[in-house]
Design a protein around this ligand. Sequence first.
Ligand code: PLP
Length: 461
Amino acid sequence: MKLDPTSDEFRAAAHRAVDWIADYLDHIRDYDVLSRVQPGDIEKQFAAQASEDGKPYDELLRDFETKIVPGITHWNHPAFFAYFSNTGSQAGILGELLCAALNGNGMLWKTSPSLTELETLSLRWLRDALGLPNDLFGIINDTASINVFFALAAAREALGLDIRGKGMTGRDLPPLRVYCSEHAHSSVDKAALALGFGQTAIVHIASGDDFRMRPEMLAEAIARDRAAGALPCAVVATLGTTSTVAIDPLPEIAAIAKREHCWLHVDAAYAGSAAIVPEFQWLWRGIEHADSIVVNPHKWLFTPMDCSVLYTKRPDVLRQTFSLVPEYLKTTDTAEINYMDYGLQLGRRFRALKLWLVLEHYGLERMRNTLRDHVRFAERLADELRKRNDVELLAPQSFSVVVFRLKAGDDATMQLMERMNATGKLFVSHTKMRGQYGIRVAIGNGATEWEDVAQVLAFLG
Ligand code: PLP
């Protein structure tokens, strides 16, 4: 039995869906940013079992609007200031739509040459637009979390201990060490755990008052570990930490990593996108020493979830770590890249299509100006907050992120955040730095205007 006898029903429903998307984007400020449903509210609206006879699209699109959308927190909302926004865009949405239609799988070049070649092309464009060294190889994976996993796996392989061949147990190996700032993202720890380094292998280096890693503490930790017989494997520098967007001092960290023969991974998941703006490229000082770098276009480059880029100047090591080609995947073509060789995934969807569409449709200059606006909004917000006696910045404003607290204390700060979020007009999240709670305002949506950001000030009276 044919699943879809004709495309008529689909065509009508898809037109309706696209109209719905356009209306949604036009009127997105009418939605509460943060969903107000309670746990279980969404699930209980649906039948206990899957439908036996199927349902028409009309009914399902109605269900989507009335039953599913109420349980959505609107990451595409211009007043979504929590975490780091996942910046969608109309070009990105179009890319996702066409990607689903093609349903391609780019495991090998020949399983869809366009998937591989557009990934190579768009990552070369992006690399050059970001002002990164031109010897970097790039690959798209879903998240920065999986990319740091791949980077640390490569770092481990680069030690030359034949861990690929012999594994890590039942043999005389020194304890390995991975170093990152105390403010590095938890994905670094998770990757090291999953790779079998063990929790004791993850060394969190203290930061200064500005929350940037202290290089002298890194050097000390490495010396201490070496003296105790451990083997330093990798150093992770963060350019734009999650809580306060602190920028670790990369040149100093890179010099230590080089001297100690450690793999240097740079996590620029959020802030890296800023570097398409020439005046923000100072961010990369020392980047030529990085073995691997992560930038997430899905965080601040208008590309919908999910799209995280791993650049490396040592693709040979990544390949050596992950390539395993069974008979049924062997090819006789001369393609240089089969992306399946550079990670865990075999099947790979066409993520490059949305990135290519975003880059081509908007052009770099328009995106630069949008990013400049975001940073200007953050500067203006920080200026306004600094004028007040009842508020203090918890960290220096950095790129498009401002973190502040009420001087009245933690309870007052958290209550203010709850009050803001309860209105549905904006969504901010919190962090805790040196024992004090702060409210994070992270700007990143392509439609955000100053009036969206100024709502924060209105709450302060
Ligand atoms: N690195 C940094 C600095 C982050 O802020 C985040 C998430 O916010 C990540 C890594 C993990 O990103 P992903 O959600 O793509 O795994």
